[in-house]
Each structure stands twice: as structure tokens, then as C-alpha cells.
Ligand binder design. Structure first.
Ligand SMILES: NC(=O)c1ccc[n+]([C@@H]2O[C@H](COP(=O)([O-])OP(=O)(O)OC[C@H]3O[C@@H](n4cnc5c(N)ncnc54)[C@H](O)[C@@H]3O)[C@@H](O)[C@H]2O)c1
Length: 363
């Protein structure tokens, strides 16, 4: 018997709609597997809470996240909810949790999915993982930049040996457990940087190269981030695992999601040595919020990633099996294509697609 406590933070916009589907999928997978309990403890941490109370997240919620086995986040943020310096308030939750819980690796799988019309004209198969350094880089300055007389604003990039080493290790470990890049099955880790211009990125690359020496069986290469955006479109089958500094990882992972059908499909996990937080890569989509139109896939796949992470961390086959069941159910609903949301060319509502996914778990 295994039991986990998961704090859910449904958040803003479409967050609550898609979180409801993910929680139903977790319940269903746990009951199909048997001997597995996932207790979901929902908390309000959101831009809406900030508008109501002045704080996006209570200390009680922060402590519950700290104590939980994992965190499942919907989407947090509203474009109009901003601090006086212009930053959105969702950073008070997302960045605070990433930094305080040292969730240093943002893991963002990107793969061609059955039944989903390819975005790219080239039919290169796509199956790679973007590993985004999550707590350093340019975003480490998120509250520490300067603004002098509203005339000059600066932010400073932070690259450390420890942080780069840790995130590079995660990338190589992931590559060890994969089948290699679609092009030729070669296991590869690609370092994406701008080492030709900034010494900070040259340092990132040198630490990456040092870590690579411990993993001689895995191939490596280096790509400048500007070229990377072109390669992601023109020859994505060349990538297996990709590691990048925080801001570059943020940008190339959204591009990656677009190449396989859009943000509604992009799952992610923010993980460290002690904690894990799982959330779709997309935001709160205010343009479709409250209309039951959101694609729940990214959220449900993030919940599957959470179970997979819990299973590996605790040596728990039940959690691993539940993760596989959810993943398989999503793939079968996408492949069938009859009950998919508008972003995938269908007419189904979020709740109808959610019901189809939950119904396919263990079917
Ligand atoms: N981790 C997070 O919680 C997170 C991430 C990114 C943005 N945000 C916040 O979300 C808010 C909106 O940001 P944005 O508009 O730039 O990005 P967004 O990801 O919310 O939306 C971009 C576009 O993608 C569509 N989209 C996103 N998710 C979808 C889904 N599941 N199904 C169908 N369509 C989907 C939206 O309708 C929109 O047209 C902002 O406040 C932003 O700060 C939060």
C-alpha cells in the first residue's frame, strides 16, 4: 500500500478546469492499480487571491507545499495582476516555490503525438526533452534588478558551477534512460547557450563539458540558442535531451511545444533533490477561461509525470504503473481524435475530453 499527499494549486483562468480533470485521472488510475492512494489537498495560490487579499500565496500554503510529497499546479497569473514595478504577481508563487524548494531542473518532454496534426511541414519525428535550469540564469534577478529614475533598468545573469553541474547531471541521467534521438537512436545531450557572445554562457558550457566527461557513453553537442530555434523547426529529430539556462530554456520549450501541436499538450515537471512540482507549460489562458474549452492534456500528462517521479523516487511500482496508465489513456484519446478540444481541431469541451481520458484509464 502506498499513499501520497499532493498539494494542488489550481490557480487562475483555466487552471481550475484542467486541475479537476487531472485529479479525476489520478483517482481513476489509483483505483485501477489498487493499493495506491493519492490524497489531494487543494489550496488557493493565485493572482485572484492576490487581488482579493494582497498576497498570492499564504504562508500556510507554502508550508503545505514544503511538506507535501509533490505539488500539482494548474496555471497561475492574470496579465492585469501586477506589482508596481510591472512584474506579474504569479512569480510570488511559481518562482518562490522553484527557488525556495530548489526545483533546479525544469523537465519538459516534447514528442510527436498520435492523431495530432503536425505543425511542421517537415515530417521529422520529434521526441526530446528540454531540461531548463530553473533557479539561476537571467531569472535569478527577478526581484534584484535595478531601475534608476525609470531611465535605466538592469538585470544580471547568474550562472554557478554547482547549479550548472546539477542541471547537466539531470540531463545526462535522463539521456541514460532513453532510447536516443529519433534520427539514429544515438543518445545525446545538447548544450544550448550563447557562448560566442557572453562569458556567463561560455562558463555554462565549460561546466557542461566537464560533466560530460563523466558520461562518455552519451554523445554531446553544442548549439547556439539562435540556431537552436531554427533546428527545432527544421531538424528536430537530431535532439534527444537538451539543456539550457533558465531564460533560454523557457523560450525553447514553448517553441518545442508549438512544433508538436501547441501549448495545450506540453507537460512539465520542476524537480530538485527533495521536492517536485508538476504543471503544464502553458499559462492561465484568460482568453478561453471559464468556457470549458481548454485542452486538459498538458495538465493530465503533468500529473502522470508526477506519479512517475514519485514512483522512481520511492521505488514504487504502483505509482509507475498509474503513470503509464494515464499516459496511455491520453495517447488513445488523441489517436482516436473523436473527443478532442478546439485547439486540436475538434469540438469537444474540456470536461468531455477529460471524461474520455479518465474513461480510457485501464480500459
Ligand atoms: N506556470 C504558469 O502558471 C504560467 C506560465 C505561463 C504564463 N502564465 C500566466 O498566464 C497568463 C496568460 O499568459 P499567456 O496568455 O502569455 O499564455 P497562455 O499559455 O496562458 O496562453 C497562450 C495561448 O495559448 C492558449 N492556450 C494555453 N493553454 C491552453 C490549453 N490548455 N488549451 C487550449 N489553449 C491553450 C491560450 O488560449 C492562448 O491563446 C499570464 O498571466 C501569464 O503570466 C502562467
Amino acid at each position: 500500500m502506498s499513499a501520497y499527499t499532493v498539494v494542488s494549486l489550481p490557480g487562475d483562468g483555466i487552471g481550475p478546469e484542467i486541475t479537476e480533470v487531472a485529479v479525476a485521472a489520478l483517482d481513476r488510475a489509483a483505483s485501477v492499480v489498487g493499493g495506491l492512494t493519492v490524497n489531494v489537498d487543494a489550496h488557493d495560490a493565485s493572482a485572484t487571491r492576490w487581488q482579493r487579499t494582497g498576497a498570492a500565496m499564504s504562508e500556510e500554503t507554502f508550508e503545505a507545499c514544503w511538506d507535501a510529497d509533490a505539488i500539482l499546479m494548474g496555471a497561475i497569473g492574470l496579465p492585469e495582476a501586477r506589482h508596481p514595478d510591472g512584474r506579474e504577481v504569479n512569480g510570488d508563487v511559481i518562482f518562490r516555490l522553484r527557488f525556495a524548494l530548489d526545483l533546479y531542473a525544469g523537465i519538459r518532454p516534447v514528442r510527436s503525438l498520435p492523431g495530432v496534426r503536425p505543425t511542421l511541414a517537415a515530417s521529422d519525428p520529434i521526441d526530446y526533452i528540454v531540461v531548463r535550469e530553473n533557479v539561476e540564469g537571467l531569472y535569478a534577478s527577478r526581484t534584484g534588478g535595478t531601475n534608476v529614475r525609470n531611465e535605466v533598468a538592469t538585470d544580471t545573469i547568474v550562472i554557478t558551477d554547482t547549479g550548472t553541474r546539477k542541471v547537466s547531471q539531470v540531463a545526462f541521467k535522463l539521456a541514460e534512460g532513453r532510447r536516443g534521438r529519433p534520427l539514429d537512436g544515438r543518445r545525446m545531450v545538447t548544450c544550448v547557450d550563447k557562448a560566442n557572445v557572453l562569458s556567463s554562457y561560455a562558463f555554462f558550457r565549460s561546466v557542461f563539458d566537464d560533466v560530460a566527461k563523466e558520461h562518455g557513453e552519451i554523445g554531446t553537442d553544442h548549439v547556439y540558442v539562435d540556431a537552436m530555434t531554427a533546428f527545432q523547426v527544421q531538424r528536430p529529430s537530431h535532439f534527444d535531451v537538451v539543456v539550457a539556462e533558465n531564460m533560454f530554456g523557457d523560450i525553447i520549450s514553448d517553441l518545442a511545444a508549438a512544433t508538436v501541436g501547441g501549448l495545450g499538450l506540453a507537460a512539465s515537471g520542476d524537480v530538485g533533490d527533495e521536492h517536485g512540482m508538476f504543471q503544464p507549460a502553458h499559462g492561465s489562458a484568460p482568453d478561453i477561461a471559464g468556457r470549458d474549452r481548454a485542452n486538459p492534456t498538458a495538465m493530465v500528462l503533468s500529473a502522470a509525470m508526477m506519479l512517475d517521479w514519485l514512483g522512481r523516487r520511492h521505488g514504487d511500482d504502483r505509482a509507475l504503473r498509474a503513470a503509464e496508465l494515464i499516459d496511455g489513456a491520453v495517447l488513445s484519446v488523441l489517436a482516436d481524435g473523436g473527443t478532442v478540444t478546439a485547439d486540436l481541431g475538434g469540438t469537444a469541451s474540456c470536461s468531455a475530453m477529460g471524461e474520455a481520458i479518465v474513461g480510457a484509464i485501464g480500459a
